[in-house]
Design a protein around this ligand. Structure first.
Ligand code: 5BU
Length: 273
């Protein structure tokens, strides 16, 4: 199946511009690491992005947790994205009706569609959420990830919910490039007569940690090897495992980013046949 090919080969078969850019970047930089920079000041945010930038294919943001957000931060983030050659993924988790999410995606304080190559949505409202987001994102070359599974203990996104998420994605392949999930999703929920042999959804996976099994609020961690090699996912998303508890300890942050990058890439090389 698709994930046994190289990221570069897979880029050739994708049609969405954001999916192509991501796979090409992974191949070029030899990294499947995304760092989630979940800090609350713009200064820490920019310092960490600049420090980990060389080692990532993608920076994941929660832009609404920055307490001193000003729109000028976006230009600085975009400059770092060009300097270090990474894409941007705002982990917005849209979950409303099409009309509302279209406004939330294009407008307000953050204007996410202007700068975020990828964003994500809960499938809970049904296909109309894709239609709403696509009306904004598709014309400007953006891509969407559906939340098919979560990393948290007791997640409700399992079984038929996950299958229905994959079916929703399959019907909107121009905009939905893949999933936030814990496993490979190709072929899931397909009808017996449906040909899904060449299907290639990207799977980006949070809940990755090398030194801890979870946190006190339900987060669960697996290793890069479990995620990339055993579960067939494409991108490891690491937050606290990289930025740690001392946000000023830049050298240590860089060292951890290098470690996760190396582990993620080694697992990927082992799965290539
Ligand atoms: P951590 O510090 O590596 O635990 O951060 C994980 C990040 O991924 C954090 O920004 C979460 O909001 C995000 N996340 C997650 O942990 N699990 C999920 O299932 C989803 C997102 Br979806």
């Amino acid at each position: 199946s698709a994930h046994l090919k190289s990221y570069g080969q897979r880029a050739l078969k994708q049609t969405n511009p954001a999916a192509i850019l991501l796979l090409e970047t992974m191949e070029r930089k030899k990294t499947n690491l995304a760092v989630s920079v979940d800090v609350t000041t713009s200064a820490d945010f920019l310092t960490i992005v600049d420090a980990v930038g060389p080692f990532v294919c993608l920076i994941k943001t929660h832009i609404d947790i920055l307490e001193d957000f000003e729109y000028s931060l976006i230009e600085r983030l975009e400059n770092l994205s060009l300097k270090h050659d990474f894409l941007i993924f705002e982990d917005r988790k849209f979950a409303d009706i099409g009309n509302t999410v279209a406004h939330q995606y294009s407008s307000g304080v953050y204007k996410i569609a202007r700068w975020s190559h990828l964003t994500n949505a809960h499938p809970v409202p049904g296909p109309s959420i894709i239609k709403g987001l696509a009306s904004v994102g598709l014309p400007v070359g953006r891509g969407l990830l559906l939340l098919a599974e979560m990393s948290t203990k007791g997640s409700l996104a399992t079984g038929t919910y996950t299958e229905d998420a994959v079916r929703m994605a399959r019907l909107n392949r121009d905009f939905v490039v893949g999933f936030i999930a814990q496993h490979r999703m190709d072929g899931i929920g397909a009808a017996p007569d449906e040909d899904v042999t060449d299907e290639d959804f990207l799977v980006l996976t949070p809940g990755v940690g090398l030194d801890s099994k979870g946190d006190a609020m339900g987060q669960q961690y697996r290793t890069p090897e479990e995620v990339i090699l055993d579960s067939g996912c494409d991108v490891i998303i690491v937050g606290r495992g990289v930025y740690g508890t001392d946000l000023k300890a830049t050298a240590a942050i860089v060292a951890r980013a290098e470690r996760y990058m190396a582990e993620g890439w080694a697992a990927y090389l082992r799965r290539l046949v």
